[in-house]
Design a protein around this ligand. Structure first.
Ligand SMILES: Cc1cc2nc3c(=O)[nH]c(=O)nc-3n(C[C@H](O)[C@H](O)[C@H](O)COP(=O)(O)OP(=O)(O)OC[C@H]3O[C@@H](n4cnc5c(N)ncnc54)[C@H](O)[C@@H]3O)c2cc1C
Length: 380
């Protein structure tokens, strides 16, 4: 049903086997418990580090796997196929580690990346505040220079891996009189005095993902914790890295659509009504034919974006198109798949219900879909 992505090769097939084996063994049997705990086991991170699944696309000299974004894509796909949406590995691997790789000084990269690669540290990135999400220039968190230190103060919310993280990239103002040019990224290790976690938040979906509030009460960090070592670069750094985050959301959305289709085909061919399988009603067949078509279109667009990204050619408006369209279409497709499950589709013990609940946020985070259309429209 799903076509083979053109960027796959034999080595990546072998890597997919490794990722699938790990996900089936370590994720599938535990997902229920993690939903109850509102987080994955902390040991999962070190286990993944031991088999080389952390920092897959970070060079080996910094402790990473020496792979590329194709490896990250495969891990994400296999995690979804194993039925888990709790493990925040795509954020750790595909986002946090890449800020360090792209902007860290050699000293910073050697000091921090190996700990993220072993799972000794779990990474998070804290941009959003209670009063500012889409409008990142409106953030209030600040880092004030005091001799050889920065004093970081502020509150962040909705932070993925917030409950477990050891290492946070915090978006702050180093010059509150300026907007974008006054923004910087400062690293806070969570063992530092003044750092505090708030609640792990109750969410509609992604129940096993620990999304938390973080508080910084005059946390002192060395000036060496300023990412890249130059103040005022934060906004540019964010703008350059957000495309990879949006590509990751596109992958999750397309895989969710494909899995929903597979589940619904299986269910409707098995479930009987009026003496025949539900699949045999014309409405079911036509609905699934339409979803199969949209899933194929989404996959082709996604593969094109991945291939461009692997060549370093993926532009910001194109990935904005991918992010809004795939997350939006996947939500509609999953809703129709749920409908074809009847009452069972509404029961959270059925995977289609979980996929439905998990998908909703893809239209919101990583930049809302409205912001994506704003970005696209500026280039038209
Ligand atoms: C589960 C989850 C995990 C998250 N993980 C992280 C994380 O790890 N790190 C992090 O920093 N953040 C994270 N976020 C935050 C997320 O990125 C923000 O919620 C998102 O960017 C939207 O910001 P907001 O919630 O403040 O909404 P607002 O910015 O207040 O938006 C409210 C509404 O107004 C619309 N709107 C705003 N501006 C415009 C505009 N210019 N034009 C048209 N419409 C507009 C929005 O599209 C939206 O519909 C997470 C959120 C969730 C729900």
């Amino acid at each position: 049903m799903t076509q083979r992505s053109p960027w796959m090769d034999d080595d990546l097939d072998a890597f997919r086997d490794l990722a699938r084996t790990f996900c089936e063994k370590e994720l599938t049997p535990n997902t229920e418990r993690w939903v109850e705990n509102k987080q994955v086991d902390r040991e999962l991170w070190t286990k993944a580090g031991e088999v080389g699944l952390l920092c897959l696309s970070i060079p080996e000299e910094y402790g990473g796997g020496g792979g590329n974004f194709a490896h990250e894509t495969i891990l994400l796909e296999e995690q979804a196929r194993a039925g888990d949406s709790g493990w925040g590995v795509s954020l750790h691997n595909g986002i946090v580690a890449h800020y360090l790789l792209a902007y860290g000084t050699e000293e910073q990269k050697h000091a921090w990346l190996p700990k993220l690669a072993t799972g000794e540290w779990v990474g998070a990135i804290a941009m959003t505040e209670p009063g500012a999400g889409s409008d990142l220039q409106g953030i209030k968190a600040k880092a004030v220079r005091d001799g050889d230190e920065y004093v970081v103060s502020g509150a962040k919310t909705f932070i993925t891996n917030g409950g477990q993280c050891d290492f946070v990239i915090v978006v702050v103002k180093t010059d509150p009189t300026k907007g974008a040019e006054g923004t910087s990224l400062v690293i806070v290790e969570t063992e530092r005095a003044g750092f505090r976690r708030g609640r792990v938040l109750d969410k509609l979906g992604l129940k096993a993902q620990d999304t938390a509030e973080l508080f910084f009460d005059e946390v002192r960090v060395p000036v060496g914790n300023l990412l890249g070592g130059v103040e005022g670069q934060g906004f540019v750094q964010l703008m350059q890295q957000l495309p990879q985050e949006r590509l990751i959301i596109g992958i999750s959305s397309v895989v969710a659509m494909e899995i929903a289709l597979e589940l619904t085909l299986r269910y409707t061919k098995d479930r009987q009504a009026f003496g025949r399988p539900v699949y045999h009603f014309q409405n079911t067949k036509f609905t699934l034919a339409e979803i199969a078509t949209e899933a194929r279109i989404a996959r082709v667009f996604l593969d094109d974006c991945i291939a461009k990204h692997l060549r370093g050619e993926l532009d910001i408006p194109t990935v904005a198109m991918l992010k809004w369209w795939t997350s939006d279409r996947a939500m509609k497709a999953i809703d129709e798949c749920l409908q074809l499950h009847g009452g069972y589709g509404y029961m959270t013990e059925y995977p289609i219900a979980r996929i439905y609940l998990d998908q909703r946020v893809q239209r919101i985070y990583g930049g809302t879909n409205e912001i994506m259309k704003e970005i696209i429209s500026r280039t038209l």
